[in-house]
Design a protein around this ligand. Structure first.
Ligand code: SAH
Length: 249
């Protein structure tokens, strides 16, 4: 039987938010690869080899997956949320680009998942209802200067901004620095949302404003959404209207 590699999104956490396509691939897999937390979400099976690893070893994980698929295994690489959003899919293609030329002909499929920003937005209304962008605040893979530049331009363009990886133990100050920069460019009353463990039973939402936002509220399981100038509250909901007719250009 010929091998394949599926790079699957496990969604934000709840079992109901895993797509049937991903469930099917997991049921057919011989090998499961990923960060230990996501591998642990897949029920054990006698005929399923599990290769759990540390979060930082993305390229090693990708190469292992490709080698196994080339040997005829049915491999699923799991990511949280969507595998194409700050996750394993790009790491696999980077490994393909730098690796054995025959890897380019492998049966590789990317199976989408519900990204944290969608689960977080759904929880509070429709904050991503109009143009938005997603920025990864971690400077593990890029310089902080570049992150600041993107934040500045996103604020100038009046995008709603979804901030992934807002904080970790190793990077406690970056979200505070990001808020400081955004406060110079956006109104203090701009809605800011902290959504922790979105799409799970432990989900928590804090609605605040840019002026009052406390960066220490965010941890590694938090997605932060900073509104555009049009983002507003109606009852307990936050939304960004779809029409910007009449807005200054
Ligand atoms: N591929 C993932 C993102 C991986 S980066 C996706 O599409 O969602 C990891 C970051 O995603 C975390 O630091 C956090 O900012 C965010 N995140 C992942 N799961 C989350 C959840 N259930 N609730 C809130 N944020 C989450």
């Amino acid at each position: 039987m010929s091998g394949w590699l599926a790079i699957a999104g496990m969604g934000p956490g709840a079992a109901q938010l895993i797509t049937p396509e991903v469930t099917e691939a997991l049921a057919e897999a011989t090998d499961l690869i990923g960060y230990a937390t996501y591998v642990a979400r897949v029920p054990a099976r006698a005929d399923l080899s599990r290769h759990a690893s540390d979060n930082r070893e993305e390229l090693d994980r990708a190469r292992l997956a490709l080698r196994l698929a080339a040997k005829g295994k049915r491999v699923v690489v799991v990511s949280s949320g969507d595998p194409g959003v700050f996750a394993m899919a790009a790491a696999v293609f980077e490994a393909v680009e730098a690796g054995d030329p025959s890897w380019r002909d492998l049966d590789i499929r990317v199976l989408p998942g519900i990204s944290a920003m969608f689960a977080a937005a759904a929880r509070i209304g429709a904050p991503l209802g109009h143009d938005f962008c997603a920025i990864n605040l971690s400077n593990n893979l890029k310089p902080w200067d570049l992150i600041e530049r993107r934040l500045r331009l996103a604020a100038q363009a009046d995008f709603v901004i979804a901030l992934y990886n807002p904080a970790s133990k190793a990077r406690p100050h970056q979200l505070g620095q990001a808020f400081e920069l955004l406060r110079k460019l956006k109104a203090a009353e701009t809605p800011v949302l902290f959504v922790r463990a979105a799409g799970t039973a432990e989900a928590e939402v804090v609605t605040t404003t840019l002026g009052a936002a406390d960066p220490s509220r965010a941890d590694m399981r938090t997605l932060v959404i900073v509104g555009a100038s049009t983002t507003r509250q109606v009852g307990r909901w936050i939304y960004t209207p779809r029409s910007e007719r009449g807005a200054p250009s």
